[in-house]
Design a protein around this ligand. Structure first.
Ligand SMILES: [Zn+2]
Ligand SMILES: [Zn+2]
Length: 138
């Protein structure tokens, strides 16, 4: 059977539906999420450090919520999230807009969504004449 150690509490559990943490921690995380969300609703734009202090939720967990897109980094101040690809500062998700576009394009290419035709013009316009004159000069 496929078992995993929970990265939060080290309990052994069977990952279901792509879960990265055990069911106990999932519940715990939901509670923490509610706390953070409620705190931010009452204190919009609060500094990240205050949110950590007041809710007792650690920074990693809060940043994780932001990465999942459940909380916007812009809802508090001092929360810094970086693009997984280029390290640019972002406010939600995993990638900045630019890298998201790049990824979407790569994905399209991989799935064959955008089949690029080889431009025939380039082949026709080979600079034969120039090469010829260069040969004559020598
Ligand atoms: Zn756990
Ligand atoms: Zn980026």
């Amino acid at each position: 059977m496929d078992v995993k150690n929970c990265p939060r509490c080290n309990r052994i559990f069977i990952p279901q539906g792509g879960r990265r943490i055990c069911p106990v921690c999932v519940k715990e995380e939901e509670k923490q999420f509610d706390k953070v969300r409620e705190y931010l609703r009452d204190n919009p734009g609060a500094p990240l450090l205050m949110v950590i202090q007041e809710t007792g939720v650690d920074e990693d967990t809060i940043l994780h919520f932001i990465k999942e897109g459940r909380i916007e980094a812009s809802q508090m101040s001092g929360a810094s999230l970086q693009c997984d690809s280029c390290g640019a500062p972002i406010t939600s998700g995993r990638y900045c807009n630019k890298c998201q576009e790049d990824l979407a394009r790569d994905l399209q290419r991989l799935t064959g969504g955008a089949k690029e035709k080889t431009p025939a013009r380039e082949i026709k316009n080979r600079p034969k004449d120039k090469m010829f004159t260069a040969d004559l000069k020598e």
